[in-house]
Design a protein around this ligand. Structure first.
Ligand SMILES: [Zn+2]
Length: 200
């Protein structure tokens, strides 16, 4: 991520309660999503935000160009994606299989390219997510889904990756289950990993 982006996360080791103590000391507004595996992109209007926490309904992608607004995405096997651009744009995405099939990442890049008038110098971070070996989607046909590969394809459809910077987390939430909550590994747990970022 670019040096104008601050990032932190909560997971099995760094629990959400501790992270919220840190967020309180920042006293910045936090924006979270009521994630619905949609391809809806929400552009944040800072004037409409609550002082502490604002929940955006029915969206899986947040975009802001305002400083000191914390974007939150929650996952347990789906992929969190954070995109930043040096012109001062930040984007946070919840990308599961459904969102990926609806081409959410590709649509987000199209929106960001329009906003920034640029198709280079983006920094794209693929956070911890279920790997293709763990993500069986049909036990009869033994079909597996590759979240990472499908999202990389969408990036390549919009951006020249040699002019942009892609960072992929080495962690599978299912394989590295001591660190991250996994819906599949932990009996459909309601607990989630949270990924936070803001422009400073
Ligand atoms: Zn795995």
């Amino acid at each position: 991520m670019h040096s104008n982006v601050v990032f932190f996360e909560s997971n099995k080791e760094q629990l959400l309660r501790q992270t919220f103590d840190h967020i309180k000391t920042l006293s910045y507004p936090l924006v979270k999503m009521n994630q619905t595996h949609s391809d809806n992109i929400h552009l944040i209007n800072p004037k409409t935000l609550q002082k502490k926490i604002t929940t955006i309904l029915n969206t899986d992608c947040l975009i802001t160009n305002s400083k000191n607004i914390i974007l939150a995405v929650r996952t347990a096997d789906c992929m969190p994606i954070i995109i930043s651009h040096p012109s001062g744009y930040l984007c946070s995405i919840h990308s599961g299989r459904k969102g990926t099939e609806k081409k959410l990442l590709q649509k987000a890049i199209q929106t960001l390219s329009k906003k920034t008038q640029s198709n280079k110098d983006f920094s794209i971070w693929f956070g911890p997510h279920i790997c293709s070996h763990c993500y069986e989607i049909n036990s009869k046909t033994r079909e597996y889904y590759n979240l990472q590969k499908n999202n990389i394809t969408q990036l390549q459809n919009e951006l020249n990756l040699s002019e942009n910077h892609l960072i992929v987390s080495p962690y599978c939430t299912c394989c590295n289950n001591t660190m991250y909550f996994s819906y599949r590994k932990n009996n459909q747990t309601k607990r989630r990993n949270f990924f936070f970022c803001y422009l400073k």
